[in-house]
Design a binder for this molecule. Sequence first.
Ligand SMILES: *Cc1c(COP(=O)(O)O)cnc(C)c1O
Length: 373
Amino acid sequence: MEQIGLSGPDITQQEIDAVASVLRSGRLSIGPQIEAFERAVCERVGATCAVGFNSGTSALHCGLIAAGIGPGDEIITTPFSFIASSNCILMVGATPVFVDIDPDTWNIDPHKVADRITDKTRGIIAVDVFGQPARLDILRPLADKHNLLLVEDSCEALGAALAGQSAGTMGDFGAFGFYPNKQITTGEGGMLITNNADIASTVRALRNQGRSQMAGWLDHDMLGYNFRLSEINAAVGVVQMQRLDEILGKRAQVATWYLDRLQDDPRFICQKIDDDVTMSWFVFTPRLSDDYTEQQRNNLIAQLREQGVGCSNYFAPIHLQGFYRQQLGTKLGDFPICERVAGRTIALPFHNGLTEDHVDRVCRILTATVERI
Ligand SMILES: *Cc1c(COP(=O)(O)O)cnc(C)c1O
């Protein structure tokens, strides 16, 4: 039986040729490819500065350092996300303060944020979950009123928009990720996006061992990291950016095939997409209705895998991870909407290699198996 994988990159001969030509050039780091990649992302999203990183996490981490976030500071964020959006807060010694999610869109509930603001709050990290921008339009005035940093973790949302404004550009800085399951990939990689030139120049130094751009190779102005993106990776990104519309179009097509088959089935609930959102499909992850338990969802995943369908729970609530429970004292029941959604999600195979026949097969197996859990 043919396996249908959960995710997979869309790589063509063009990316392969671009990598080969970097390897032949002899210039494998800090060269023209990263500059071209940064320029392409800037132009696409309409930002003034983009700084390439070796991961989305390192971009978020350095952005928080550049914004002066540190020990004693509280940052409000969502528990329903990939763990990196919260880990970056711990990495700078600050404390994540979680706010529950909207039950329909699964993004941070912007109307619950104000209640969690204290005199220690310094910022908000909103995550564009599964490629749908969080309500930065509601969070922006709140952040301004309380003088808070506003960060948009758009690692799952390159190409998305909210009321016509590009994901990644609506906070003081944003971040994209280029791991192989993202919309576009560089193998590993990330990018920080900002219109704030001070943040941009500080993160450029931070990713490069604390070297300021003007100083010599062995002058280090601050404690920095090696978070550089190699020319080999950046060259893949340059080609992927040229192909972005084609890639996003294929993903939207696969999502439409799934929606046609599942969105009216009462056993499943699909993420609600707000009317003013341009979606950039990252995954296709419906959830089971409230009639089902988490155990039934886990059974469903196991049985689908046995039948060759790649799938996963997505995400596991961050506040229930062991070291979060230990460090923050968070526990089951703290964020009931997040737990209700996260306990029932099922990420289905989603990538550009899928045909309508594949989606048909996945949905047929899914709807038959859900009767036996
Ligand atoms: C992928 C992702 C990141 C960054 O991940 P890296 O593996 O470090 O590139 C950050 N936040 C979210 C929400 C993500 O999905």
